[in-house]
Design a protein around this ligand. Structure first.
Ligand code: HEM
Length: 137
């Protein structure tokens, strides 16, 4: 990611922060619509899950300017996900739902540059998480 892309991700994320509850609801609704099979992996009551997701996203987005600082937490998060039943192929599905949510949440602020920046950010993070949790094959 370029420094400009880091800035775009951070600025755009700060715009959805005030509506983080709705954004998280939109995200999980979308995820369970495109991948109904993963619904049963999550608790029935998603209230806490929504909060945890947005809190961790905030940490990761802030940490993009100093990637080394978030890698240990991202590695531990990835390894916990193995016990949740998460498979490598789930990551692109979650990424698709995340980008879709940001597009809805940001409206006109969702430009092609912002989309590219988020694609790069999610690609970097998920690639790292997959290799930490499953090893590179
Ligand atoms: C960058 C990608 C992801 C992030 C930032 C993320 C974030 C989180 C966080 C913060 C939690 C709370 C529990 C914990 O901290 O261990 C969690 C739980 C969970 N995540 Fe993810 N996640 C990601 C990818 C995925 C993927 C690809 C799946 C696959 C469907 C998934 C499924 C789950 C499940 C099933 C739980 C546990 C729910 C429960 O039993 O409480 N996550 N995730």
């Amino acid at each position: 990611m370029t420094p400009e892309q880091v800035k775009l991700v951070q600025e755009s994320f700060s715009k959805v922060a005030p509506i983080s509850e709705q954004a998280a609801t939109l995200f999980y609704d979308r995820l369970f619509e495109v991948a109904p099979a993963v619904r049963s992996m999550f608790p029935d009551d998603m209230t806490e899950q929504r909060k945890k997701l947005m809190a961790v996203l905030a940490v990761v987005v802030n940490g993009l300017s100093n990637l080394q600082s978030v890698l240990p937490a991202a590695s531990a998060l990835a390894k916990r996900h193995v016990s949740y039943g998460t498979k490598p192929e789930h990551y692109p599905v979650v990424g698709g739902a995340l980008l879709w949510t940001l597009e809805k949440g940001l409206g006109e602020a969702w430009t092609s540059e912002v989309a590219d920046a988020w694609t790069a950010a999610y690609g970097t993070l998920s690639g790292y998480m997959i290799s930490e949790a499953y090893g590179s094959t």
